[in-house]
Design a binder for this molecule. Structure first.
Ligand code: GLC
Length: 532
């Protein structure tokens, strides 16, 4: 696995997120699995990414589809077994692809043996691996904390006469990182996977592994808004989280080239950036700000500049447009006429802006969210919150071909395929050089061949309304990216300088020869390597 000179895979490469239930079903049960991922490594290699992150594939009752782990050191039989994971690691590494797993440290499943012991006996040594408290004076929950997935964050346990804390479902009890034995056990989990050759972790809701030790109630701003009506000053983002993160980082640093990427789901990017520490906490904190930004050049520029300014010099930003928790961006930014042009423009943004891009499986096809009939909804949020809160629409199977089952599975898939699966799929788009799939591949290759895009500094340049222009620079290499967010054409004069090479997102457009005469079609963008 060469990393070659300046190139560090997690900084300069591109990572592809796989939701394992939905990528490829190798054993014909309608649910994706590890053998399926292994069979499809060709696709990832052909596309040109550097690594993959697999959402949880550990034994789980699947109350939250794997984010409720019942054994941190094994594989759920639905997905395969440990030897299948070993094969996947081996074959991925042979293709120079790194593998990130998903660490879920804030909570386990209520079916984890640790919780069974903790729940079974108030005096069990593992009782305090979870957060148990006596009722308040009125017999109700110990404080006013609410679950992110609806209802109170406390569940009454009749048998032992106490409440336990759960930030998410009641089937996901929160682990107590104030207990040193629990911390040691989680460190062993991390070492277990590093020793097997895993290259890093995406860490789930890391900002919740420390809460107020006194369990004080949150201030309530608007009781009618439930979770959203509280100021979450006591149930997340406690300063003690950083010491725990440093503990995890010390383990990662004891192995070569391992990486920790954290989900810090806080609305304030300045707080998110503190999770980089002094280069001794996360390697990357997910920057979710683009997921909340409208299709608007100035707003996108402001968000990107803001996050870049906040990431400390030892840190490295990342960029993401879609995930298993958010509406797919091709749907978010869809447009009756310019939907495809917009998807091409955003791919150009994501793959040229400073920071490690995370792609979400299927975005390279322009996959939209799929409308799921109510009787086929699977995400628990559909019941605990509202059917509209379900995340199933962004978790549907990957369409590979026009065959029945879209080449994903010969069986009825666990979630329905999109209505356009027979036309919007990998096989069809591979045949068409003008497809979005080819555009992603071309951009990935251009990025890899252009060190300024992978690792260079970034600066915004003046631009007309609704256009975002930036420069990436490394040594003498200079690259200009111009993105037209308007639904009409734009003329640009980017000054002197010759165009040496480049790409434009409109497949029919020819490259300009001079920076001073650039014309962009509606929702079109260019990336240009320029000389003086
Ligand atoms: C994270 C995951 C999400 C999961 C939640 C609880 O936000 O991304 O899918 O439901 O944590 O583990």
């Amino acid at each position: 696995m060469g990393t070659g000179g300046h190139r560090s895979w997690w900084k300069h490469g591109v990572i592809y997120q796989i939701y394992p239930r939905s990528f490829q079903d190798a054993n014909g049960d309608g649910v994706g699995d590890l053998a399926g991922i292994r069979e499809r490594l060709d696709h990832l290699q052909w596309l040109g990414v550097d690594g993959l992150w697999i959402s949880p594939c550990f034994p789980s009752p699947m109350a939250d589809f794997g984010y409720d782990v019942a054994d941190y050191c094994d594989i759920d039989p639905l997905f395969g077994d440990l030897s299948e994971m070993d094969r996947l690691l081996e074959e991925a590494h042979a293709r120079d692809l790194r593998v990130l797993l998903d660490l879920v440290p804030n909570h386990s499943s209520d079916q984890h043996p640790w919780f069974a012991e903790s729940r079974g006996d108030r005096n069990h040594p593992r009782r305090d691996w979870y957060v148990w408290r006596d009722p308040a004076a009125d017999g109700g929950p110990p404080n006013n904390w609410l679950s992110i997935f609806g209802g109170p964050a406390w569940e009454w346990d009749e048998a032992t006469g106490q409440y336990y804390l759960h930030s998410f479902l009641k089937e996901q009890p929160d682990l107590d990182w104030r207990n040193p034995e629990l911390v040691a056990a989680m460190h062993d989990v991390v070492r277990f996977w590093f020793d097997r050759g895993v290259d890093g972790f995406r860490i789930d809701v890391i900002h919740r592994i420390a809460k107020d030790p006194e369990l004080r109630s949150n201030p309530v701003l608007d009781p009618s808004r439930g979770y959203g009506g509280q100021r979450h000053i006591h149930d997340e983002n406690h300063p003690d989280v950083h010491e725990r993160l440093r503990g995890l980082r010390r383990i990662a640093d004891a192995y070569p080239e391992r990486v920790l990427v954290g989900e810090v789901y806080l609305m304030d990017p300045a707080e998110v950036a503190t999770y980089y520490g002094k280069g001794d906490e996360l390697h990357q904190a997910f920057n979710f700000s683009l997921m909340q930004t409208p299709f608007d050049a100035a707003r996108m520029r402001d968000e990107i500049e803001r996050f870049h300014a906040l990431v400390p010099p030892e840190g490295w930003p990342n960029q993401v447009l879609s995930s298993h928790d958010a509406r797919r961006h091709a749907s978010r930014y869809d447009h009756p006429l310019l939907g495809e042009a917009r998807a091409r423009l955003l791919a150009l943004l994501l793959l040229t802006v400073r920071g490690t891009p995370f792609l979400y499986y299927g975005e390279e096809l322009g996959l939209r969210n799929v409308e799921i009939p109510e009787d086929r909804l699977r995400d628990p949020l559909a019941w605990t919150l509202h059917p509209a809160a379900s995340r199933d629409g962004e978790r549907t199977p990957m369409p590979w071909s026009a065959e029945p089952g879209a080449g994903f599975s010969p069986a009825e898939p666990w979630l329905p395929l999109g209505p356009d699966a027979s036309t919007r799929n990998v096989a069809v788009q591979r045949e068409d050089p003008a497809s979005l799939l080819h555009w992603y591949r071309t951009l990935l290759a251009f990025r890899r061949a252009t060190p300024a895009l992978e690792g260079g500094a970034q600066q915004s340049l003046p631009a007309p309304a609704e256009v975002y222009v930036y420069e990436r620079r490394l040594g003498t290499e200079r690259v200009i990216v111009a993105l037209n967010f308007a639904d009409e054409g734009r003329e640009l004069d980017l000054g002197a300088g010759a165009v040496l090479a480049g790409l434009r997102s409109d497949p029919s457009g020819a490259l300009p020869t001079r920076l001073s005469e650039l014309r962009l079609a509606p929702c079109e963008g260019v990336v240009l390597r320029v000389g003086s």
